[in-house]
Design a protein around this ligand. Structure first.
Ligand code: NAP
Length: 250
């Protein structure tokens, strides 16, 4: 078995996932960049490898359990271990839409990707982690996991659901060397964040005025929180939801 620790990041080819991949790579982890956009993930892996890091890309739609299963088989074949998993892939409810106007297909894709995706990833990550000791999972929720936003009902439900999954699963494996926590980002500049901002004129300024820190966040600021939650420095943190939002929900 390779001695290098391995970190998997879903939705790792851009935004918060990409910042997280880069931070783990710079800290000596072998990184697995998983994304529905396989080519973009492969380009990230190529760039990291040319900079001397250990990186591997895999195409995976987290809403398909078969994809998730074969991704784990692939990780075991290539690296023989999994130490950290950042379950970050998700989609937003943009543009905002009230519940009475939402087609069932949109409800299904939000829940399949944001909630079932996390379930499916944890279901197949944990058995690999039980073979090692001292592993960690960080699930990416949102401030939408702790407060509601009009026009984001189903996104809000999935992000609340992630915290429930995190807490209960954390209890199931706390004694078995797998620590499970969640991070709840506020409004962050990423491709997803930018799409939301451009869908609603004036939103960026309104957020800047409303957020106590006076600005939106950067993907790297969320990556730092994820990295800490997954690190031995957070060894006594279990089932926690870490809000990183510039004070937005305070
Ligand atoms: P992003 O820029 O859209 O990046 C997410 C990546 O995940 C994209 O490459 C996306 O591909 C991919 N993805 C989508 N569905 C997938 C699937 N079924 N399987 C695998 N990969 C998939 O998003 P982000 O802003 O970095 O957000 C990352 C996470 O943080 C999400 O869970 C989001 O809900 C959460 N979050 C973000 C913010 C924010 O302000 N940005 C705030 C709170 C929480 P596509 O581009 O094809 O969708």
């Amino acid at each position: 078995m390779n001695n290098k620790k391995i970190a998997l990041v879903t939705g790792g080819s851009q935004g918060i996932g990409l910042a997280t991949v880069e931070l783990f790579a710079k800290n000596g982890y072998g990184v697995v960049i998983a994304d529905i956009k396989q080519e973009q993930a492969e380009n990230v892996a190529k760039r990291l490898k040319s900079d001397g890091y250990d990186a591997f890309a895999v195409g995976c739609d987290v809403s398909k359990e078969e994809d998730v299963k074969s991704m784990m088989e692939c990780i075991m074949k290539v690296f023989g271990r999994l130490d950290v998993a950042v379950n970050n892939a998700g989609i937003h409810q943009t543009p905002h839409i009230n519940i009475i106007d939402m087609p069932v297909e949109q409800y299904r894709s939000l829940t399949d990707i944001n909630l079932m995706g996390i379930w499916s990833c944890m279901k197949h990550e944990i058995p690999l982690m039980l073979k090692s000791n001292d592993c960690a999972i960080v699930n990416v929720s949102s401030v939408g996991g702790v407060v509601g936003t009009a026009g984001e009902s189903v996104y809000t439900a999935t992000k609340h659901g992630i915290l429930g999954l995190t807490k209960a699963t954390a209890l199931e494996y706390a004694k078995e060397g797998v620590r499970i926590n969640a991070v709840c980002p506020g409004a962050i500049y990423t491709p997803m964040g930018d799409t939301l901002l451009s869908s609603a004129p004036g939103l960026e300024e309104a957020l800047q005025n409303m957020i106590p820190a006076g600005r939106l966040g950067q993907a790297e600021e969320i990556a730092e929180a994820i990295y800490w939650l997954a690190s031995p420095q957070a060894s006594y943190v279990v089932g926690h939801s870490l809000i990183v939002d510039g004070g937005m929900t305070v």
